[in-house]
Design a protein around this ligand. Structure first.
Ligand SMILES: *[C@@H]1O[C@H](CO)[C@@H](O)[C@H](O)[C@H]1NC(C)=O
Ligand SMILES: *[C@@H]1O[C@H](CO)[C@@H](O)[C@H](O)[C@H]1NC(C)=O
Ligand SMILES: *[C@@H]1O[C@H](CO)[C@@H](O)[C@H](O)[C@H]1NC(C)=O
Ligand SMILES: *[C@@H]1O[C@H](CO)[C@@H](O)[C@H](O)[C@H]1NC(C)=O
Length: 493
């Protein structure tokens, strides 16, 4: 689902990045962004098959100046090893202008061993340890973009996996290019007025429940359905998605939408009839927050949330969401929801952040202000291009430091290696949504899938680290390494 989001961002930026890189003025960019608003959601057809090497520099207009080949010849190259995310169009290479200087972004894998190729860029969801480019070359940084759910690749949730990378852009505030607010367009999105309570009271008379659940991805690491099923014993929940479904969306058109992702106005209007939205992320990691959290707030509903353990840090004030983990049991939570449901004054306190001056969390406001990229905002760069420039600047600085080192005949030391940390993907071991792991039978699908996957991720990171350490280049041996690690672990159990 988040992948669709990235792709939509990409599609909207296809026009912009083309202009940006060829250095046209703001007027031309404005035109491009107007067009960008009309670009269809990305369906895979926007990108063309790779074209031959050498298509460096793309211009917006036939008459626009093209960067000279000589000028680009010596620039550091950033190679997108995950070619699907290459944020330029058309062609395989593009000169990019960044605050510190220029680089060439490319997705032509023939550049892999080139001395000019200073960084390989990976997309976390696509990264496979068994396909990693080996041997790892000492002069190249590995840069990771992984803003999606950790469930897409548990390799990265463990120290050995994440430490393979030098630079990261993840949902964590601790990553090098942090994206925790990637799903929040801005403060105004939160301030959007809530529907009057009497309207919602009216819907209740039509038989609506106080609580909404809308989930179609059912078996996930956070095991949310096990919790919601229990909660449903104590309070009425209308569930419209495939998970725990007990109601149908009112019109055939809405039933037809992939509801959980859409920003369809008719669907949003429908959802806003509910006072409480169950908002449970598919995986639990610090700073992993998605539209499941922000959308109910936009609609003036109170999220009943389980997800990022550090979510409080990002809330508009300290009384805007209900945290599931504050309650000892689903029953206690249900009692509290029921209490709020019957006390308008208490309920409205949860929406106080919508009033002027109601957003009191300066950290949130500063974070929104300081980020240089936008969400669904064709006037701002997207974070793909932003991350690319971040890596470009980092590599230019590293090159400079290497030159200073060489010119000093070794007096000034080589730049320190920069290595990613576990905190860049801070995802603890998945736990059951309700109850204890020992109480859940071994053949439970959650236990079979996610716990196994999670630990497999650790072994994969270890196997790849060992291969790099041994300068082992034959990918086919990866499975032998993995097997060896797995057997050792089993013996120690
Ligand atoms: C929450 O905000 C209120 C009002 O601004 C303040 O008095 C209170 O101390 C805050 N509580 C916490 C836990 O930060
Ligand atoms: C990149 O990280 C690796 C560890 O994964 C480290 O050995 C290497 O020195 C780092 N390279 C740079 C350029 O910082
Ligand atoms: C799991 O095992 C129990 C007994 O061992 C059995 O009754 C149950 O049907 C099994 N469930 C599944 C999903 O296979
Ligand atoms: C690693 O292997 C490559 C290719 O097999 C070789 O060229 C290189 O010298 C090796 N590096 C080290 C540090 O042994």
């Amino acid at each position: 689902m988040a992948a669709d989001h990235v792709r939509a961002v990409l599609a909207a930026l296809v026009m912009l990045s083309v202009c940006e890189a060829s250095g046209l003025g703001p007027a031309a960019q404005g035109e491009a962004s107007e067009e960008a608003a009309w670009v269809e959601p990305w369906d895979g057809s926007v990108f063309q098959p790779p074209s031959p090497l050498g298509a460096v520099g793309v211009s917006c207009q036939p008459g626009a100046p093209r960067p000279e080949q000589e000028e680009t010849a010596d620039l550091p190259v950033l190679l997108w090893w995950s070619p699907g995310l290459f944020p330029h169009f058309p062609g395989d290479s593009e000169r990019i202008e960044c605050p510190r200087g220029a680089c060439v972004a490319s997705r032509d894998r023939r550049m892999r061993a080139d001395l000019r190729t200073r960084a390989l860029l990976f997309y976390g969801t696509d990264f496979r340890a068994s396909e990693a480019p080996l041997p790892r070359l000492a002069h190249q940084s590995w840069a990771l973009l992984h803003e999606e759910s950790p469930l897409n690749n548990f390799l990265l949730s463990h120290g050995p996996g994440i430490r393979l990378f030098n630079l990261t852009a993840t949902f964590s505030r601790h990553s090098d290019y942090p994206l925790p607010l990637q799903w929040l367009p801005g403060a105004a999105y939160l301030r959007h007025p809530a529907p009057p309570l009497h309207e919602r009271a009216e819907w209740r008379r039509y038989g609506y429940a106080p609580v909404l659940y809308l989930q179609s991805h059912c078996d996930v690491p956070a095991d949310r359905d096990r919790y919601v099923r229990e909660l449903m014993r104590y309070i009425r929940v209308d569930s419209y998605g495939k998970c725990l479904q007990n109601k149908q969306l009112p019109t055939a058109r809405l039933q037809d939408t992939s509801t959980a992702t859409t920003e369809d106005p008719e669907l949003l209007a429908f959802l806003s009839r509910y006072k409480f939205h169950l908002a449970l992320e598919n995986a639990i990691c610090n700073d992993y927050m998605t539209e499941k959290l922000w959308r109910p707030m936009h609609l003036g509903a109170v999220p009943v949330y389980r997800g990022s353990p550090s979510v409080r840090d990002w809330m508009p004030n300290n009384h805007s969401i209900i945290l599931i983990d504050d309650f000892d049991s689903p029953q206690k939570l249900a009692e509290f929801i029921d209490f709020l449901d019957k006390n308008d004054e208490e309920y409205m306190k949860y929406l106080a952040y919508k009033q002027p001056g109601g957003i009191t969390n300066q950290f949130l406001l500063d974070s929104l202000k300081q980020r240089e990229w936008g969400v669904n905002d064709p006037l701002l760069p997207n974070y793909l291009n932003g991350f690319e420039c971040f890596v470009c600047d980092h590599e230019l600085a590293r090159l400079d430091a290497e030159k200073v080192h060489a010119a000093s005949f070794g007096d000034i030391p080589v730049p320190e290696p920069h290595i990613a940390q576990s905190s860049h993907m801070d995802c603890p071991v998945p736990t059951p949504g309700y109850g204890k792991v020992t109480e859940i039978p071994e053949n439970d699908s959650w236990k079979e899938m996610w716990l196994q996957d999670y630990w497999q991720g650790l072994y994969q990171g270890e196997a790849l680290t060992a291969m790099i350490h041994n300068n082992e280049t034959q990918q086919s041996k990866f499975w032998d390494y993995l097997h060896e690690i797995f057997m050792k672990r089993n013996q120690n159990l």
